[in-house]
Design a protein. Structure first.
Length: 150
């Protein structure tokens, strides 16, 4: 009986440590994904849309309901699309509102709202879903869908 209680105690400690480690890992992934979002959105807000391509995987897909109403397939097509946007969106400030990152192994889904303003005037609000895949220790965007909030 004493050995049984000792074994249960050890298992309890191990399980508790594993839950804490999983929670820490989840927080690390969330922070990493949000940092990746800011990495490309900072460039977008500065008037450089090509930052999006630097965090994207080779097989990225993309939709929006303004310019890219048909699916964009692959990094080269994405770069071509982003290049067509250079100079069309002025520098602005932005805020990510209510971000949520859900992690499923080597896949993470980030949902958020994007609020921008130019010279103090609010721009149209957006909602987004960005999907990331962990490859060789680095998170890359594999799909994005951005829509105007109606």
């Amino acid at each position: 009986m004493r050995n049984f209680i000792l074994l249960l105690s050890i298992l309890s400690i191990f399980t508790s440590c594993q839950v804490k480690q999983d929670t820490l890992s989840q927080k690390n992934v969330e922070q990493t994904i949000l940092a990746r979002e800011h990495q490309w959105l900072d460039r977008w807000a500065a008037g450089d849309p090509l930052g999006f391509s630097e965090i994207s995987a080779d097989d990225v897909t993309y939709f929006d309901d303004v310019a890219a109403q048909t699916r964009i397939d692959g990094l080269e097509e994405m770069r071509s699309y982003l290049t067509s946007l250079v100079g069309k969106y002025p520098p602005h400030t932005y805020q990510i509102v209510d971000p949520k990152v859900q992690v499923y192994g080597d896949i993470a889904i980030c949902t958020l709202r994007y609020h921008s303003s130019i010279g103090g005037e609010p721009g149209p609000p957006w909602k987004a879903t960005d999907v990331y895949r962990l490859t060789n220790g680095e998170w890359h965007m594999v799909h994005a869908h951005w829509s105007l909030v109606k």
